[in-house]
Design a protein. Structure first.
Length: 231
């Protein structure tokens, strides 16, 4: 990372793309320049699905769902069109857990429900023959990667503006914003051994606890299992 006067102090990565160089903690919250933070995930890494799931599970188990969401974002940006909802849904679950662990219970609950709805209508639902609720977010993702610290229109990336704890965004939802009602049924196993049904149930249960009681969750304790088998 570097900063130059030509770009008016804006941080850029080694390839010249805008990307914040501020250190961040395990939940992706920006720290002062010079502070010791948690290394960011490299951006734009192309992994096979198994490697994506293993790396994301490692980060989730370590209590770093923000970093896990970046792994899922790489997967939906580099993967086939048919799997977009699968990887975006997983990214939204990771962001929802991030919000809930940061103390933004309402925003976390909304992201968890929306990620669950996206998964319930994705490849796993088709395979299991158990459709979920209609997803409220079905737009085409921006081809460019969101700058860390800014809000992503597709995954609701926690950042320094609308999606910071206590604030709202197009994904976390503004108070009074309607979201699709969760289905009472959940899909079963999805592609690559992903436990879609289990993840949908986990997300809706955690959303109910976080959103209902304003509970600040422990990200590592609440980490979901992405597959039924060991990753």
């Amino acid at each position: 990372m570097n900063r130059t006067t030509s770009d008016r102090g804006r941080d850029r990565d080694e390839e010249g793309r805008a990307r914040s160089a501020r250190p961040r903690d395990g939940l992706g919250r920006p720290l002062p320049y010079g502070a010791e933070g948690v290394p960011r995930q490299p951006e734009g890494v192309v992994r096979d699905p198994g490697a994506t799931l293993r790396e994301a599970q490692r980060l989730l188990d370590a209590g770093m769902p923000f970093h896990a969401h970046e792994v899922f974002e790489d997967a939906w940006k580099s993967g086939p069109e048919a799997e977009r909802d699968l990887w975006q849904g997983l990214a939204q679950l990771a962001v929802g857990l991030t919000h809930a662990a940061r103390g933004n219970a309402a925003g976390g609950a909304r992201l968890l429900r929306r990620g669950a709805d996206r998964l319930a209508n994705g490849p796993g639902a088709a395979e299991a023959g158990a459709p979920g609720a209609a997803s409220a977010e079905s737009g085409t993702p921006d081809a460019s990667s969101p700058e860390p610290g800014a809000s992503s229109s597709e995954t609701g990336t926690p950042g320094t503006s609308a999606s910071e704890p206590g604030a709202s965004s197009s994904e976390t939802g503004t108070p009074g914003t309607s979201a699709s009602e969760p289905s009472t049924s959940s899909p079963g196993p999805g592609p690559y051994g992903i436990d879609v049904g289990g993840l949908v149930s986990w997300a809706r249960e955690l959303a109910g606890r976080a959103g209902g009681g304003g509970v600040v969750v422990d990200a590592a304790v609440e980490a979901p299992r992405l597959r039924r088998d060991a990753c």
